[in-house]
Structure formats: C-alpha cells, structure tokens
Design a protein around this ligand. Structure first.
Ligand code: F6R
Length: 259
C-alpha cells in the first residue's frame, strides 16, 4: 500500500518532497519530473528553489499532468503559463525540456497521442507529483475515468470548475474541457507523491488511500501502484481510519529505507 506521511504543515510536506527530488536529480541529472499545477504543489516548488541552488538542472525534464482545452497558451491561467511562472522560471529549468499537453483546438484530435509518445520517448516519468480534487480526481481524471486511460480530452465536472474559478475572473471563464494524462499514464510513473492539505481534501484522501479501488474515486488508482508516498497535513488526514498506524510506521521507519 501507499506509505502515508502526516506532517504538521504544507511547508513540511514541501520540504520532504523537495528533498526527494534533489536526491533524484543528483543521482540522475536528466530526471523526468511529473509536474502538477494548482495550489497543492506550490510548497514543493518553493522548497525546491533554495535546495537546487548550485545543482545543475539544465538537463531536468518535465511533463505537466494537464491543460485546459482551447485556452490561449499565453493566458495567465493556462497550465503552460502556470508551469512557466511557478516551476520553470524560479527553478531555472530549460523550458524546451518541460512539456504540457497541447490544448490547441486545431491539433486536439491527436494531442493525447502526441503527449504519450513524448513521455515514452523520455523514458517515462521518474517522480510524479499529484494533488487531488475534492471529487477525488487526480490529473483531471474525473469520477468514472478508466484506470487504463491515456492522455485524452475530458469534460470537467461542475465542482472542479467551481473549485478552479478562484484562478479566473468568473466561473464562466473556466474552460469546460481539459486534456489530461490518463490514470493509466499516471500509474506508469515510477514513484508517485500524492499531496493534500486542509479539511476539504480529507474525504478524497480517505477514499483514495483506504476506500475501495473504484473509478468513482479516481485517486484510489494509487492503490494499484507499487511505489506511492502520500503526504498530508493533519486536516487532510483527519478521516484516515489508520492514521495512528501511519504515524507509528513513519516514526519507526528504518533509516536505510528512504521514501
Ligand atoms: C493539477 C491537477 C489537479 C489538481 C487538483 C487539486 O495539475 O491535475 O488534479 O491537483 O485539482 O487542485 P488544488 O491543488 O488547487 O487543490
């Protein structure tokens, strides 16, 4: 099962994941990172900045999980812009090596296949950062998504558009469609880090970690993966039945084991 690490604050979670990314990049300078957008991964990117100082990141590669369909890539809330602003520029990565799915309408029919081919050509994702939506989605795989799915166009559920309206002037500006890595794509990454903070994520986390494996809660797909680290604060952990066991396990983790 997933290893669950309960930390006091999002900043602690950021530090923990950032340390792991630094170890990866030091051992593999052309590591392939799976990048998430939204609020959840921000503490990771913030913690990475000072840690990557003096480390050669010129060969680090990256693939974002998703993008809105039909959004102008220059729009400040396109995931291309978000990844550029929050990850590529502050961390000094080479923008040519950091990819987002192409949401342009003209090429959308084969954009999913193209993205899958690019990930395969890079040799797959080494470390995937994931957030989770209140609907239980990972990437933008809304409830009902196939566990075998690859990168493709999905329709956002209303709740996700409501949740993401904070990034736009109004909910009407939140695109209806997205292009997202599939659950099958995400499951092929070598190490998954699922992060969640706050009470609003507690139910989704409990379902993903301890609930039945079901397409109705896409985050539960993590139970099918052999190397998953779930990093949550106390509020997001508040509905986990075995929280005490996770704390006990982490407190007694053998030093040699690593994450
Ligand atoms: C973002 C993504 C989504 C978010 C999720 C949580 O690339 O794929 O699954 O991780 O919607 O969003 P936040 O972190 O803003 O609560």
């Amino acid at each position: 099962m997933a290893e669950v690490v309960i930390v006091p604050t999002p900043a602690d979670a950021g530090a923990l994941v950032a340390d792991e990314i630094v170890r990866l990049v030091q051992s593999r300078p052309d590591a392939v990172l799976g990048l998430a957008t939204g609020s959840t991964p921000l503490p990771v990117y913030e913690a990475l900045r000072p840690r990557l100082d003096g480390i050669d990141v010129s060969r680090v590669r990256g693939f974002a999980l998703d993008e809105y369909v039909g959004i102008d890539p220059q729009h400040p809330e396109s995931y291309r812009s978000v990844i550029t602003r929050e990850v590529v520029e502050p961390l000094g990565l080479d923008p040519r090596l950091i990819h987002t799915p192409n949401g342009a309408l003209e090429t959308i029919a084969h954009a999913g296949e193209d993205y899958e081919a690019a990930i395969a050509e890079a040799g797959g994702v080494d470390l995937q950062i994931l957030g989770i939506g209140t609907s239980g989605h990972i990437g933008f795989n809304e409830p009902g998504s196939s566990f075998a799915s690859r990168t493709r166009v999905k329709t956002l559920i209303e709740q996700t558009r409501v949740d993401n309206a904070r990034f736009f002037d109004s909910i009407d500006d939140v695109p209806m469609h997205c292009i997202t890595q599939g659950l099958g794509t995400i499951l092929r990454a070598r190490h998954l880090f699922l992060l969640a903070f706050g009470e609003a994520k507690a139910e989704a986390i409990a379902g993903a970690v301890e609930g039945p494996v079901t397409a109705s809660l896409p985050g539960s797909a993590i139970q099918l993966h052999e190397h998953v680290t779930v990093v949550v604060d106390e509020a997001a952990a508040s509905r986990l039945r075995h929280a005490d066991y996770y704390r006990y396990t982490y407190a007694h983790k053998p030093a040699w084991q690593g994450l």
